[in-house]
Design a protein around this ligand. Structure first.
Ligand SMILES: [Zn+2]
Length: 120
């Protein structure tokens, strides 16, 4: 898992307690320890360093970060699903025995790669 000594091990217990207490995990990470920042009430802070992140200035920026996070999550899910489909289609392609079948499968694979390019 790498040996970056700058990174502290995230305290998962503390992070889940924060989530249970109504805090939100943001897409931004702490500049010091790379643990995701949390937002509770209007405060944004690092659960690891136990200090506020002050560089996020207003509510609109916070909202933008929250949107980025949920979109990023959906994109990750989509990427996982598509990767699974490509594996499936590759197996189908291996057993395809007519040019029509091969062309059909390649057409779908091409579409999937098109989506990959859009979301990456
Ligand atoms: Zn930190």
């Amino acid at each position: 898992m790498g040996n970056n000594k700058k990174l502290k091990k995230p305290d998962l217990t503390k992070m889940s307690q924060l989530l249970l207490s109504g805090a939100t995990m943001l897409s931004e990470s702490c500049p010091d320890c790379a643990v995701p920042l949390f937002k509770k009430n209007e405060d944004i802070f690092c659960p690891n360093c136990e200090r506020k992140a002050l560089y996020i200035k207003n509510k609109e920026e916070i909202k933008k970060i929250e949107q980025t996070f949920s979109l990023g999550e959906a994109t990750t899910q989509l990427r996982d699903v598509l990767t699974g489909k490509i594996t499936f289609l590759t197996n189908q392609l291996a057993s395809a025995d007519t040019p029509e079948e091969i062309a059909y499968i390649l057409d779908i694979i091409e579409k999937i790669f098109g989506i990959f390019q859009k979301i990456s």
